[in-house]
Write a protein that binds this ligand. Structure first.
Ligand code: CP3
Length: 348
């Protein structure tokens, strides 16, 4: 038996359109909160393969999604490059010492040295592969990374930002330094994703959550070119492993910078009309998405949207997902409703 999610990524026929949700393992699940408590905090949970595997599997059993996404965080990469990281309650991630100068970049670990420090991620994947194989239900495992640009925003700003003013100041006044950071991160990410594949993930996704912070004429140079380089490195060595690209918020120039690159699935954010994405990219890439995550607060609003997406995509070259991550206060039963509706309306 083949995995429905992997088949859909490769545009092979499937009995229905598979569905998963970005951030599906997380705070909206009481079972997740219990395991996080047991771990002590979020980073400890990422560092503990047995517990990270447990929370990865939770949404398969509780919500019924068709794929598991490795439980970790995009920021473990700069963390293992040597940047001290903390997740503060109510504030999110904070790096103690943001990257400001060339010397700061030179002081970071790069390449194999950094990628080899992420053993807890590879151990989690190996454990998950054993557990998923033993279940025999053919659910795929998705590995992931942040895009170099999205990672660099945290490394340079030191935390989440509304204005991106520190990294944009660097973009316009010292682009060489920004490229030096992006280059170093890209080299680590290539090896990191390769090691995730060697450890057993079936599919990989590259999250460019903060793509929209870059003006359209600069997007290729500072983000998309690095993402494509990573995808092409992986596709050349592991052609059977689907690659999903998720640049969030670029609908205004979706066709310009984005209709090239060797990858399989394009993640459509909730601000992009699915019909437009289909028209512009649907012949080239399988499309993943794109319900506005806040529709999950209402079952009727959810059903309407799922039906609307289905009527556009018609089960061809499509994977159901949200157009960004699920929020912590969504009722679990509404998430279950979303998943069931996607599977119901697309059943062949
Ligand atoms: O999707 C999944 O279920 C897998 C796990 C996953 C997490 N983070 C767990 C997490 C994945 C794929 C991520 C990716 C991630 N992390 C992104 C890209 C995806 C996106 O949402 O755009 C980004 C930008 C981050 C950085 C990050 N991590 C932030 C900004 C925060 C704090 C904000 C928040 O939502 O709490 C985190 C923390 C984080 N990562 C949590 C989880 C479950 C919450 C931690 C907790 O338990 O308190």
């Amino acid at each position: 038996m083949s995995k429905i999610f992997v088949d859909a990524c490769l545009r092979k026929p499937t009995p229905y359109t598979p569905v998963w949700m970005m951030r599906q393992a997380g705070r909206y699940l009481p079972e997740y909160m219990a395991v996080r408590k047991q771990a002590g905090n979020f980073l400890n949970l990422c560092h503990n393969p047995a517990l990270a595997a447990e929370v990865t599997i939770q949404p398969l059993d509780i919500v019924g999604v068709d794929a598991a996404i490795l439980f970790s965080d995009i920021l473990v990469v700069p963390n293992e490059m040597g940047m001290k990281l903390e997740f503060l309650a109510g504030e999110g991630p904070v790096f103690e010492k943001p990257v400001k100068t060339e010397a700061d970049v030179d002081a970071l670990l790069g390449g194999e040295e950094a990628a080899n420090k992420l053993t807890y991620v590879y151990d989690t994947i190996k454990l998950l592969k054993e557990q998923l194989d033993a279940r025999g239900d053919e659910k795929a495992l998705i590995g992931f990374t942040g895009a170099p640009w999205t990672l660099a925003t945290y490394m340079i700003e030191g935390q989440g930002t509304k204005t991106y003013n520190i990294c944009k100041k660097m973009m316009y006044s010292n682009p060489t330094l920004l490229h030096k950071i992006l280059r170093k991160v890209t080299e680590v990410v290539k090896l990191y994703m390769e090691k995730q594949i060697q450890s057993g993930v079936d599919v990989v996704q590259i999250f460019d959550s903060w793509a929209a912070a870059i003006e359209p004429s600069k997007y290729d140079e500072f983000s998309w070119s690095y993402m494509v380089e990573i995808a092409e490195y992986l596709k050349e060595k592991y052609p059977h492993i689907p690659v999903i690209m998720f640049p969030k918020g670029i609908s205004a120039f979706i066709e310009r910078g984005l209709v090239y690159g060797n990858f399989d699935v394009f993640g459509v954010d909730w601000g992009t009309p699915m019909a437009m994405a289909k028209e512009k990219l649907g012949n080239k890439y399988v499309l993943q998405g794109n319900m506005e995550p806040c529709r999950l607060y209402d079952k009727e609003a959810t059903t309407k949207c799922v039906q609307g997406i289905q009527s556009i995509m018609q089960g061809e070259g499509h994977i159901f997902n949200l157009g960004h991550g699920i929020l912590p206060d969504v009722p679990v039963e509404n998430a279950i409703h979303f998943v069931k509706e996607c599977q119901r309306v697309s059943k062949k």
